[in-house]
Ligand binder design. Structure first.
Ligand SMILES: O=CC(=O)O
Length: 329
């Protein structure tokens, strides 16, 4: 890097479906010389040597061995979210490249998304919206729109990291009974603060909950964590809410459970794949709400994610500890 030159940051593209947001560009340009994948591919040899950092926006660009080999001076990859399941962490680390995610920016907004799905599903908001805007007044009046009462209902949170904990805080305000399962139990004081009861075994949480919220990271241990057996443990009136990753649920088993009344409803911010093929039977069920991986998508949270990414990248380039470093497990 020439003296006075800004470090080169590779991004997938600017704008478009998978590109960084136009509104973030002036901020990024204050710190970096921005380069897109298209520009890199046009002059791989010269540009490759200059790139020191990658900002992954919505899992793009895809990081593979070939890309890493063509970036000999890459120091850090910053991810625009908290889940790192799209990255081969060991591969990246083997190139001496550091990695960071953005937990600070993500947790509140993702917890909001979880609660929004819970409430929307319980009170059948999508169905009643469609009825309310229907041209037929009869349809408006005849609507059978009895939902599920949230106050006093039992919420089972699977995954009590920072997002899970913020969901518990919100659920407390809705006067819900809160159960949670996590690899490690939270401190007693933290449990008391949100009124949450620890379930060592997932099964007992599944049996008791009216709403089950999945907030775990996708790992080999959580892949298809919720399958036929687990769904059959749930109450026939229960709702499954997934804000983690589609692959945490056996989607075929979920489809059958929803079609046959094994569980009552599902609200899914994530599916496998995303988006689902347009003729997928899950899209046709009345008792399912699907949102397009809405997770963190607010103006403020996305901007905070970019700020957190910049903070991590600058730390790595200056040889300082990364505030949100992710290590291969
Ligand atoms: O999906 C969103 C995230 O990983 O933060």
């Amino acid at each position: 890097m020439e003296e006075g030159e800004l470090p080169w940051l590779l991004v997938n593209e600017i704008g478009g479906i998978r590109g960084i947001l136009h509104s973030h560009v002036p901020f990024l340009k204050k710190h970096f010389h921005l380069i897109t994948m298209k520009e890199f591919l046009e002059n791989r040899k010269d540009i490759g040597k200059k790139v020191q950092a990658i900002y992954l926006w919505w899992h793009k660009p895809v990081i593979n061995k070939e890309l890493l080999q063509s970036l000999p001076n890459l120091k850090v990859i910053a991810n625009s979210g908290v889940g790192m399941d799209h990255l081969d962490l060991k591969l990246v680390a083997s190139f001496g490249v550091k990695m960071a995610n953005a937990p600070r920016a993500v947790s509140s907004t993702t917890a909001d998304t979880g609660m929004a799905l819970l409430l929307a599903s319980a009170r059948r908001l999508v169905e009643v919206h469609n009825i309310s805007v229907s041209p037929s007044v009869e349809k408006y009046c005849e609507a059978d729109i009895l939902g599920v009462k949230v106050t006093g209902a039992t919420l089972g949170i699977i995954g009590m990291g920072s997002i899970g904990y913020k969901i518990a805080l919100r659920a407390k305000a809705f006067e819900m009974n809160i159960l949670y399962h996590n690899r490690t139990r939270r401190k007693v004081q933290e449990e008391q603060d949100v009124g949450a009861t620890y379930c060592k075994k997932i099964d007992s949480l599944l049996q008791q909950a009216d709403f089950v919220m999945l907030v775990v990271s996708l790992t080999p241990q959580t892949h298809k964590l919720i399958g036929k057996r687990e769904l059959e443990l749930m109450k026939p009136t229960a709702t499954l809410i997934n804000i983690s990753r589609g692959a945490v649920v056996d989607q075929e088993a979920l489809l059958v459970a929803l079609q046959t009344g094994v569980i009552g409803a599902a609200a899914l911010d994530v599916t496998s794949p995303e988006p689902l093929p347009r003729d997928h039977p899950l899209l046709k069920l009345k008792n399912v709400i699907i949102t397009p991986h809405l997770g963190i998508k607010t103006n403020k949270a996305t901007y905070m994610i970019t700020e957190e990414a910049v903070e991590n990248i600058l730390a790595a380039l200056n040889g300082l500890p990364l505030p949100s470093e992710v290590l291969p497990s």
